[in-house]
Write a protein that binds this ligand. Sequence first.
Ligand code: OKP
Ligand code: ZN
Length: 346
Amino acid sequence: MKIIYSDQHYHQSPKLELAGGDLVPSFENPSRAEHVLERVKKIGLGEIITPDEFGLRPLLAVHDSGYIRFLQTAWQEWTDAGFKGEIIPLCWPAGQASDVLPRHIKGKVGYYAQGTDSNITDGTWIAALAAAQSALTGAALVCDAVKNGHKTGAFSLGRPPGHHAAKASYGGYSFLNNAAITAQYCRDQGIEKVAVLDVDFHHGNGTQDIFYDRDDVFFASIHGDPMDNFPYFWGHASECGTGQGERFNLNLPLGNGTQFQVWREALKNCLSAIDNFGAEVLIVSLGVDTFEEDPISAFKLKTPDYLVMGADIADLGIPTLFVMEGGYNVEALGVNMINVLVVHHF
Ligand code: OKP
Ligand code: ZN
């Protein structure tokens, strides 16, 4: 399996985030990728390559162009307005007065942000863009595998994560939806049916948003029940898709404290749904914040469980792109994440 990695992720190094009213060091920081990379090297998972350049086109195929423009220019506008700290939004159109995009950067930020947890820094765009290019490089490898009848997998080792980024909003540390960008890229390469399986603890609301009305990209997510967990306003089992997309969105929310035995049943349901759908390519939003000692999540998975998870996914037998998402116990992050991948070690 090839691993795609760029050190451009160091450009996203937010200082502090709000947690329970306190400002604490950001959970989503460069040490996360360092731990995963170290583990990849230690076990010799596969060749590590740098991303190719795909430009903005594949990003604009899933994200709103005004939103992309905003991500490119927000930091400049923020510093032009005289602000010195990182961008944390303070004001939203909740309750809805007007849907007009404000002129001032403070208004724009509220227009495009889902919450206050995802600081925009001077390097956010560079880092997020590099993560997207890494994922696209992996997607190109997987598309080639389909065309040549191979079962190769690829792993995009990148950050910041992407699965909360919607067509026109950012949140949950996510700015560009790498899984969605690559799913669309596969479609544009002629792959008829693509499935996205999201195993991160948090519901992949951005990916759901992007494909909610479509029947060519199946989305399945296992996550902490949104009644008790971020992102709170998406991820209920009743959200099944709309129009053409009805029945092509599968949410399996589970209660806090869920252990692997129950989690695995949900995984089997997702995998059989993906199999019935007839996916030719699988993209896995790979978060390991389901770990029992994750500092911001509430499932009880243990380190060896990730080996079983990886083997179950591999049993599907279709070319698979793994895209790194969450996991915030940095000490265990490398081992847990790579445990999902070792079975694909070829
Ligand atoms: C991103 B991913 C705690 C704020 C929590 C939401 C969690 C984002 C998770 N201070 N912010 O899905 O791993
Ligand atoms: Zn998560």
